[in-house]
Design a protein around this ligand. Sequence first.
Ligand code: UT7
Length: 323
Amino acid sequence: MRRSQIIGFGSYLPQNIVTNDDLAEKIDTSDEWIRKRTGIAQRHIAADGELTSDIATNAARAALKNAGLDADAVDLIVLATATPDNTFPATATRVQSNLGIRRGAAFDVQAVCAGYVYALTMADNMIRLGQAETAIVIGAEVFSRILDWEDRGTCVLFGDGAGACVLQGAETAGTNADTGILSTRIHSDGEYYDMLYVDGGPSTTGTSGYLRMEGKEVFRHAVQRMSEVVTAALDQNDLAVDQLDWLIPHQANKRIMDSIAKKLNLPDEKIVVTVDRQANTSAATIPLALAEASADGRLKPGHLIALSALGGGFAWGSALLRL
Ligand code: UT7
């Protein structure tokens, strides 16, 4: 069976770090409230003029270097982002141009915080079908540009950043002991559209708008959906939760991750956490966490890893992979 192997990881975080105390100087909040309710201590914020395509390109270059590949090996770029450079064309095409690639295809995927799982699904399916050989799958966001900096209920939660993986097709035995992406699952339910959305856009106000969220509802659904979609992925592959080496959930709130760990009966040590230092970077949280845990040696060949995310839409999903 042809499967996508993950052969490189890369990431990029803007230099500017904003702490909770920095925010407390501008809005009515405190380090204590933010840490206690979310686990967040700081976030990276893109510099003026630093675009989603810039940070995505930096992460892609790092992933290619880590894979030991030149850009000309790449015939597919899938970029998960809710904060594109322009309404069109796809920001992925600018990344393609930045990397000097003139062949294959490059497109964006919009599933907000679930975007990386969606993008991985698209790239994996294209590789399995033989429509692509080597893909870069990127999550990149500058959420700082769509935050209402006067809304303390949302602006303290997000940050900017980019992460990327390189995928390459390879023949495998077709069992659950294979390396590579074993399965992906994506879901959405538009009944919840108004729970987490941006109040602008080309066909509504004509402006970019600002993020609006019913935090408690999103929290509740995130715990439920992100847990059940991991269980479904394990069941699909005849694997059990105690065979998982790592869960890399979307990083929105440490309390959401703790609740998922409890629901799945998974020890806290098996969850990769970056939200404390990076806050919620939407589609970038999962590839940023993968890159960090790979670079520091936590992820090892043969490890079984589950990814899980939920975001606006609601859109959610999971991926199960073995390194
Ligand atoms: O990526 C997917 C999208 N996002 C998420 O998954 C986020 C999901 N939701 C959450 O993480 C949590 O719901 C929040 C962190 C957003 C909020 O936590 P909460 O425990 O649900 O707090 P709350 O919204 O019920 O607010 C509790 C209190 C309120 O004050 P009163 O009405 O009790 O007097 C808020 O006004 O905390 C107040 N509050 C704040 N206080 C200080 C809200 N934001 C802040 C703040 N600093 N930044």
